[in-house]
Design a protein around this ligand. Structure first.
Ligand SMILES: CC(=O)c1nc(NC(=O)[C@H]2CNCCN2)sc1-c1cc(O)cc(O)c1
Length: 130
């Protein structure tokens, strides 16, 4: 199991790098911090499970991701929240939806290109056993 701990340590290092790259991309600044319910008071009435990149970085540090799939599930949550909260045909809402879709494509592509597929398989096997 020591090798399992080593594998999960490597996963955390990798996911921090991905998180940093996404959070440092100006395109995604509105996804970097929890939505401020002072500024956007109706947000919690519409979005029941908020998510953001800073929260995801904390989840990495708290060992709350055991494979890249779990990490991408939270990226998908950020995307779905933005699509739900910004449904209008206005250019403002359209631009936010477009940014959300770009975040999804960026994140999935980054992980696909930079992660060894059998490393992810090993992480998923560990995750299933736990
Ligand atoms: C992240 C998100 O989903 C988000 N959506 C918004 N939508 C609107 O403002 C649309 C809603 N429809 C009516 C016209 N306004 S603002 C916003 C946001 C932007 C930030 O810079 C930081 C932040 O925390 C949240």
């Amino acid at each position: 199991f020591e090798t399992e701990e080593h594998t999960l340590r490597e996963l955390r290092i990798f996911l921090r790098e991905i998180c940093k790259k996404l959070a440092n991309n100006r395109l995604f600044y509105m996804f970097t911090k929890p939505v401020d319910t002072e500024e956007v008071p109706d947000y919690p009435t519409i979005i029941k499970q908020p998510m953001d990149l800073e929260t995801m970085m904390t989840k990495v540090d708290f060992h709350q991701y055991e494979c890249a799939k779990d990490f991408l599930n939270d990226i998908e949550l950020i995307v779905q929240n933005a699509l739900e909260y910004n449904p209008a045909k206005t250019s403002a809402d359209k631009q936010i939806r477009h940014r959300a879709c770009s975040l999804r494509d960026y994140a999935f592509t980054l992980i696909k290109n930079e992660m060894d597929s059998d490393f992810e398989d090993k992480c998923q096997d560990i995750s299933k056993k736990r």
